[in-house]
Design a protein around this ligand. Structure first.
Ligand code: BGC
Length: 368
């Protein structure tokens, strides 16, 4: 009893001291680098640029938070892999060579990067998996409830069919990249809603999550099924939804079927306003990126209590179990809640969304 009391007191004392930058090494965690003050370097590895979120939101929000947590002394060393797993492996190696203090990793290929994660671990650099659950000995994971993202998309698609909903209705499923474990979870979540309710006439895994690959796959689906017979399209994200719209329009479709999405990209929010896309999933970038920054800085500074408070959930990867995690909630984004989601969170201003082309749709939706 007494021993417990003493150890708690000692831990909170070291947290306080670390917070003042007095303490240099806690040795409290065997895989963390010695705790530092504010002069930390955080490596951030993001997977691609074809979808807008990474460069527009994840990176700048993350960087700003690291700076504010460290009195503007912490640095973010950022690298984007542009959808190449090899490129990401060398970017990770570079960060190990540069001896960054902690690495936040959004994997292009969650399986292939496991060796790199092990190398970082061997070099004493903690790795936090960001958004996608990397394999290998990661210290923690931050993401959204990705199976729920798929369920929300699937439910919305069924809802979009309204009275027309029937097992005879043919839909196309455009899933994400097979190297991304999130894509599997989105698909599983969506299928749990769609199975037995509609006919999945064609289903694709989209290489590198690229909009142009989704467009090409959609052109194939239109050829095989016939544009008029496609009742709705499940698209795992907004970038691909854009490619799907292009393919449908190129095939002469003027009245688009309901299409799902995810990420609340600006172009998607505008498509939703004019009825070219049925929904998106809004995932709070500030919540994800800022929590990741807090986790990374807490880890380096040896603030174990804060780190534990940020990672209360547990997940399993194919290689490791009971990984400390934080899963941020998600919300379906439709015409009705644009103001309460992306506008309220300062992701976009009404002016960003309601450009000349969208003025009329904006007033019809009450967006001003
Ligand atoms: C992310 C999505 C993103 C997709 C493509 C997924 O891992 O969770 O938000 O649209 O990757 O980059």
């Amino acid at each position: 009893m007494r021993r417990i009391a003493i150890s708690v007191a000692a831990t909170s004392m070291s947290v306080m001291l670390a917070g003042c930058g007095v303490l240099n090494a806690t040795g409290s965690s065997d895989d963390a680098s010695p705790s530092k003050g504010n002069d930390v370097t955080v490596g951030l590895l993001l997977p691609e640029k074809a979808n807008t979120r990474y460069e527009q939101f994840d990176y700048p929000i993350f960087k700003k938070k690291v700076e504010s947590l460290t009195d503007d002394r912490g640095k973010v060393q950022y690298a984007n892999a542009e959808a190449s797993a090899d490129k990401q492996a060398s970017q990770l190696q570079q960060m190990i060579d540069d001896k960054v203090d902690v690495i936040v990793l959004d994997a292009v290929d969650a399986h292939a990067i496991a060796d790199g994660v092990q190398k970082a671990k061997d070099a004493g650099i903690p790795v936090i998996a960001y958004d996608r659950l990397a394999e290998g000995p990661i210290d923690a994971y931050i993401s959204f409830d990705n199976e729920l993202v798929g369920e929300v998309q699937g439910r919305s698609l069924l809802e979009s069919l309204g009275d027309e909903l029937s097992i005879t209705k043919k839909i196309v499923m455009m899933n994400g990249s097979s190297t991304d474990p999130n894509a599997k979870q989105f698909k599983a979540g969506a299928l749990s809603e769609l199975k037995g309710k509609v006919t999945i006439a064609k289903s694709y895994d989209t290489k590198d999550w690229k909009p142009e690959n989704a467009e090409a796959n959609m052109a194939g689906a239109i050829q095989a099924i016939g544009a008029d017979d496609i009742a709705a399209v499940y698209s795992a994200n907004d970038g691909m939804a854009g490619g799907i719209v292009e393919a449908l329009q190129a095939a002469g479709v003027t009245e688009l079927p309901p299409i799902t999405g995810q990420d609340a990209e600006l172009a998607a929010v505008q498509r939703i306003l004019v009825g070219q896309q049925y929904m998106s999933v809004y995932k709070s970038y500030p919540q994800e990126a800022e929590s990741a920054a807090e986790m990374a800085v807490a880890k380096v500074q040896g603030r174990d209590i804060q780190f534990d408070a940020l990672t209360r959930e547990r997940v399993d990867s194919p290689t490791h179990q009971d990984i400390p995690a934080q899963l941020v909630p998600v919300v379906a984004l439709t015409k009705d809640n644009i103001e309460d989601t992306v506008v309220a969170d300062d992701i976009y201003t009404v002016e960003d969304i309601c450009t000349a082309k969208y003025k009329a749709a904006c007033s019809a939706a009450g967006l001003k």
